[in-house]
Design a protein around this ligand. Structure first.
Ligand SMILES: *Cc1c(COP(=O)(O)O)cnc(C)c1O
Length: 224
């Protein structure tokens, strides 16, 4: 508990410093990524004020949201969406799904949402560093695909973009991957985009400098 509290304090201090250095009108949302910790740890961070948590596996999202059913937590889904898990994901009622990475997937989700008479808030994931190991739309197709999903998938409420920063030691390479995503987000604001989800424990200060307003933080919060 002491560790989680100390981590939280330090993270908040760093976010605030980065925010004031970049754009002090920007409100930064924090998603606590709980994929490597227990519901008990989530509960501890909740008890000192954190309300949004994220999981990257549907099974784990369902398990933790069930276990913490009593708490008004906003659950985010940040992982790859397998076709055979779409129904379970919809049934888990996530607050925001960060990882729609193709029109085909969006159409598939939309079809099932309509059958269940439900809606879903979501972001498109952009593979801005063009890395083979990562999911996401290319920088070249992201904007058009966003508009296509908006037009064709009326049960999905698109709210912005997500990216994972470039996997590089070079700060400028990481920054470029965030700047490129941020530029697409800026264009999409006129189409209703409100979230730019970028920045993890190792690179969130860079992401804030590039205009992120939603950080996904795991180890920085939960590591002991
Ligand atoms: C695990 C994960 C995070 C959090 O990573 P940390 O480095 O622990 O902060 C953020 N986003 C995604 C998509 C993840 O899978």
């Amino acid at each position: 508990m002491e560790n989680i509290e100390a981590n939280f304090d330090e993270v908040l201090r760093k976010i605030e410093a980065a925010r004031l250095g970049a754009d002090d009108f920007n409100i930064i949302n924090i998603v606590g990524v709980s994929k490597n910790v227990s519901s008990k740890d989530v509960n501890e961070l909740y008890s000192i004020g954190q309300r949004s948590f994220g999981e990257n596996r549907v099974v784990e999202l369902v398990k933790k949201s069930d276990e913490l059913d009593e708490l008004p937590i906003e659950w985010h889904f940040i992982g790859r969406i397998q076709t055979n898990k779409i129904n379970a994901l919809i049934d888990a009622n996530p607050y925001l799904v960060h990882s729609i990475d193709s029109l085909e997937l969006a159409l598939n989700i939309d079809k099932r949402l309509k059958l269940k008479n439900k809606k879903m808030n979501a972001l498109i994931q952009i593979n801005s560093a063009n890395e083979q190991s990562k999911a996401g739309l290319s920088l070249e197709t992201a904007y058009e695909t966003y508009l296509d999903i908006q037009k064709q998938c009326t049960s999905i409420n698109l709210q912005g973009v997500m990216c994972i920063g470039a996997n590089s030691e070079d700060r400028n390479v990481v920054k470029k991957s965030f700047d490129d995503t941020s530029a697409i987000y800026a264009k999409l604001k006129q189409n209703g985009a409100i979230y730019c989800s970028m920045g993890m424990s190792g690179d969130f200060e860079i992401a804030i400098g590039c205009g992120s307003n939603m950080l996904r933080l795991g180890s920085a919060l939960f590591q002991l």
